[in-house]
Every structure is written in C-alpha cells, then in structure tokens.
Design a protein around this ligand. Sequence first.
Ligand code: NAP
Ligand code: MG
Length: 404
Amino acid sequence: MGKIRMKNKIVEIDGDEMTRVMWKMVKDKLLLPYLDLEVEYYDLQLKKRDETGDKITLQAAEAIKKHGVGVKCATITPNKDRVKEYNLKEEWPSPNGTIRAVLDGTVFRAPIIAKNIPPAVRSWKKPIHIGRHAYGDVYKNCEYRVLEAGKAELVFTSSTGRELWRGLVQEFRGPGVIQGIHNTDKSIASFAKACFTYAYDQKLHVWFGAKDTISKTYDAQFRRIFEEEYLSNWKIKFEQEGLHYFFTLIDDAVARVMKTEGGLLWACKNYDGDVMSDMVGSAYGSLAMMTSVLVSPEGYYEYEASHGTVQKHYYKYLKGEKTSTNPMALIFAWTGALKKRGALDKTPEVVAFASKLEEAALETVESGVLTSDLMAVATPSPQNRQVYTEEFIDQIAKKLRQNI
Ligand code: NAP
Ligand code: MG
C-alpha cells in the first residue's frame, strides 16, 4: 500500500530538550511510515534562535501565515540560567509570545480523554475546552501604592487634548492601593470571533461568564460584543448543529461547570482563563494530556502541547537514563494539524489517518500501557504497567499497524 499523499504543507516547528527527543520518535515511528509528510521545517531549538538573532522565530510565524497550518514542539524560553547554559548572546523572548504577536491569536486548550484516566469531576464525560482572552485586564495594568490620604481619580483625555471624562476612584484617608486596567473593542471582538469559530469547528457549545451586574461598563462591554458577534454571524449556523451560546455570571459559570458533562468551550476573560485553564487541566489528570491551539482571526492555526520541554526528564536522558515521558499531547498536536490540513485541502484520507493515530494512542493508554504521569492517576487495574517513552510509542505504532 502506498503512502498517503498530502496536498499542501504544514509548517513544522521543532523545539528543545525532551520534547525534541520525542518529536523525532513520533515522526519516525508514527507518521513517516504512512504519510508523505509535506512540511516546511523551522528549527527553533534555542541554539538556532541564538545563531539567527531570533529571526527564525519570525520566519516560522510568517510561514504559518503563508501555509495556514503549523505544528510546534515545546521550546525553551530562556532565563538567566539558560543564557549561561547555552552561552547565549541575549535572553531571547518567548517564541510563543513572538508567534502570538504575529498571528494575533487566541489560545484554546483541550484535554485528551481516556476511559481509564477519570477526571477529578465525576460528571465530566466530554472535554471542557478553555479559550483564554490573552490581551489586557490586569496583565497590562497601571498600579499605584497609596501612602497617605488623598484622592484617586480616573481621567480620560481625548487625543484632541480635551478632557472627556473624570471619575472618582476613591477618597483615601490613609494608605491603600489603586489599579487601572483596560481593554479594546477590537481585541474583545477578535476574541469573540475566534471562540465562535473554534467552537463551531469542533461542534461545541460556547459558554461565556463575566460580572456585568457589578461591572456595568467594563464587563458589560464584553457581554455586548459576544452577543453581537453571536447574533450577527453564528446563531443560525449554531442552531442548525444543535449548538447554543450561553452567557451567565462568572460565579454561576464556575458552579455550573462542575455539573455539566462537558462538550463545551468555556470562553474566559484573561484572568479567569489563567486560573481556570490550570484548574481544568489538572482536574483532567496530567499536563501531558492537554493540547493547545492558537487560532488567529484570519484563520491560521498553530497546534502544540500545553506542557514545556520537560527539562528534568531531559537531564536524565542526557545521562543515559531511560525516562517515562508522555508524548500524548505532542501526538495530538500533530493529529490536530493533520486534521485541519486535511479539512482545508479536502483530503479525507489525511483526516482519517489522523483519527486512526488518535485511536491507536488512546487504545494504548486504555489497555493499561502507561507513562509515569498516567500511572499515578489511572484507574487501578492489574493490566496497568509503566513503560519507558520509546516502548510507549512502539506500542502505539503496533496498534496503528493493526488498525490501518
Ligand atoms: P514542563 O516542561 O511542562 O514540565 C513540568 C513538569 O511536569 C515535569 O517536570 C513533569 O513532572 C511534568 N510533565 C510535563 N510534561 C510531561 C510529559 N510530557 N510527560 C511526563 N511528565 C510531564 O515545565 P517546566 O519544567 O517548568 O519548563 C521546562 C521548559 O519548558 C522551560 O525552559 C520553559 O521555558 C519551557 N516551556 C515551554 C512551553 C512551550 O513551548 N509551549 C510551555 C511551558 C514551558 P515530573 O518531573 O514530576 O515528572
Ligand atoms: Mg496560569
């Protein structure tokens, strides 16, 4: 049987440490035997970013704009220790931050669900996806420590120079703190659009929570923009698919999410998304079971694992020790990219292959063949056994050969 052909390229972005080691195994053992993989390859390992003055990161981001779909391995974001370790010219910025700035996207995270890795919340049967607005609010704030009695005011001066608005924040009688935050209609609208696009694509309901009863201008603007986007562009399409959009207060959303069976996208304001994605992620069992995709308003997609380069395991690997590192999220980053490529190119055989690979990976976990992180959270069974990374990937390869 010949290999499956791809019509267009995927931008492949290689990375660092243990994820780089697993990346090659996944390609060699799970993809290349079956697929004529068409990629434009960018090596973003730290050494290459340093050699190119980080130009390669921008080139990779531009390539995603050109081809529409990318898949990325985890990369080191250097700090002072890494500058020494890799003898870097500079403390280069986070590649994910650079790519996000070029593509202007929203990050969506979703758990990979296996039958024997029960979520901490019993009612969750289907994945809960999180869409986090990644602009503004407390992440781009202006703060002041008040040390004496005085008056704090919020002032808006138009670019014409006229003062248009002034409001009292607080009359301080003594020490305290103040903070100013903002957001823009453009960014909120692009976030709303990205959420509905993603949810429609994946056939998920959309939930959005804010506190517009208290914040009658700020949060109310988020609510209004979401509603406008839904009514103008999605309502009919959603209803045809049996999907709905649900707005509720953020505290009510938190309470209800504990009782839902999942199958929804939870759109979160920046801070809520920061907190809730970690809660949802850990409730589903392991960092290595969370996938992540960056969706740009223009319809470019970049798939990756949520976790980092698994540095501690890599240092063991360098010493020649075997590790039991979990490649599931990396595999699902590839299958996500292949499915999207196949859908855009109308090549159902590429989509079908990606689904078969996902099934083989899940069957492996469900048969009790587990990496160390899963061993700790799997439903106890006499079949459970911990395997090393390569054995785990070999088991998936065996199942894939059987299923194809
Ligand atoms: P990490 O790589 O996510 O790993 C943290 C810990 O989580 C690991 O030590 C391991 O726990 C567990 N873990 C994560 N992924 C796992 C997997 N696939 N299989 C098994 N266990 C897994 O985070 P980090 O150690 O804080 O960061 C390492 C580097 O990654 C940093 O240089 C950081 O800049 C980078 N990073 C990159 C990205 C990205 O490119 N998207 C994201 C985050 C961090 P045990 O050690 O207990 O087994
Ligand atoms: Mg967080």
